[in-house]
Design a protein around this ligand. Sequence first.
Ligand SMILES: Nc1ncnc2c1ncn2[C@@H]1O[C@H](COP(=O)(O)OP(=O)(O)OP(=O)(O)O)[C@@H](O)[C@H]1O
Ligand SMILES: Nc1ncnc2c1ncn2[C@@H]1O[C@H](COP(=O)(O)OP(=O)(O)OP(=O)(O)O)[C@@H](O)[C@H]1O
Ligand SMILES: [Mg+2]
Ligand SMILES: [Mg+2]
Lengths: 221, 221
Amino acid sequence: IIRMEAVNKVYDLGSVRVEALKDITFFIEEGEHVAIMGPSGSGKTTLLNLLGCLDRPTSGRYFIENTEVSTLSDDALSAIRGRRLGFIFQAYNLIPQLTVVENIGIPLFYQGEAERTIREKSAEMARLVGLGDRLSHRPTQLSGGQQQRVAIARALVNNPAVILADEPTGNLDSTTGREIMNLLVELNHQGKTLIIVTHDASIAQYAHRILRMLDARLYEN
Amino acid sequence: IIRMEAVNKVYDLGSVRVEALKDITFFIEEGEHVAIMGPSGSGKTTLLNLLGCLDRPTSGRYFIENTEVSTLSDDALSAIRGRRLGFIFQAYNLIPQLTVVENIGIPLFYQGEAERTIREKSAEMARLVGLGDRLSHRPTQLSGGQQQRVAIARALVNNPAVILADEPTGNLDSTTGREIMNLLVELNHQGKTLIIVTHDASIAQYAHRILRMLDARLYEN
Ligand SMILES: Nc1ncnc2c1ncn2[C@@H]1O[C@H](COP(=O)(O)OP(=O)(O)OP(=O)(O)O)[C@@H](O)[C@H]1O
Ligand SMILES: Nc1ncnc2c1ncn2[C@@H]1O[C@H](COP(=O)(O)OP(=O)(O)OP(=O)(O)O)[C@@H](O)[C@H]1O
Ligand SMILES: [Mg+2]
Ligand SMILES: [Mg+2]
């Protein structure tokens, strides 16, 4: 379902130039559960952002279902992101002015779903991650791990085909982290492709396959 | 050095009322290294914010070196925070417009130190946490774990007597996490009091004593 060929990513902002991805070539099958591990700064978030169509390679080619992503317009990319992908950000990216339920419902809002459907699906998703008694709170009224769970619920509410998770359990205790992994593994068993960036070996071991990043390069065991 | 007696904290904002801390009584000796563990939402950050004088109890008494904190003016509290405390925030709270070096130097800037001293001490602190080649980057040009390390460096740059750390290794790989813990343990051996909130048992085991939070209450083994 996903394929990269000789992908490079350079951040070049004049004063700053960083080669964040070097010669990345790999593929992921539909329905696979893959973990990506590696030291801080090795390029994991940069890779996940490219996979999630949030950014483009500096060179090389990236295919989703055999369509080269670089040939797609911004609108087409946006449609793929909205319907097929669910993204859990390392920094959550919650909207401070919106409640838990409203934050979770954002992907459905962009899909033009009915308001009542959005509210019901979002509340159900909130309960699924243990936030049923926090529906009206705003992000600043939540603990770190509760904010992380809002980000997780938002990524799943539109029933995406591919779930990309950047350190999804970093602020969760081990019990809550296990509950979240059981939820993600269940979704994988239903056929969703799962790509999880994690520092935690106990989280990576749920995966079918572990890829490792080191200094902007990707290695398969 | 630190003592709490029957401390309660209630968040009451009309539509929302949460009893975040219930009847908290405990003390920490000077130079101790204490870990605080507990499930997501149990009150750890709330407790640490009170310990760090960033917030006040709803009821009960909090003493720093036998002075009751509630009797102090906001200015006096601010002085304690600036000179005696170093705080590593769960969400980092970095200033987006400032570089790594400028972010780290903020506590020294508020203490009125000379600009050149600030720059030298901040650069040295950056190198100590492995960011020597990222001095001019801004937070959005850093990985998650690099941002976390800027927050750590900032908390240590003014040589505080008490270090309060909220999930200081949540976005770090195990090797970098160990390096940070070795740094903190070294500072503890030099006499600094260390209070670390963590979900990670492998981080908590560095401590002399582990306190546990559950549903807003504190338990000692
Ligand atoms: N400003 C606020 N208004 C209302 N409730 C709040 C506010 N801040 C925190 N809470 C609630 O207080 C409780 C304790 O929050 P706290 O941030 O201390 O938890 P925590 O133990 O640090 O959790 P985590 O491990 O997820 O970071 C949570 O249930 C949270 O929803
Ligand atoms: N906008 C940017 N401009 C310049 N350099 C950047 C930018 N964003 C990231 N970098 C650099 O690119 C490298 C890779 O960053 P990335 O966020 O992918 O790392 P990571 O593996 O996710 O790290 P972590 O585990 O700490 O989250 C880092 O060294 C970082 O400093
Ligand atoms: Mg990252
Ligand atoms: Mg917390």
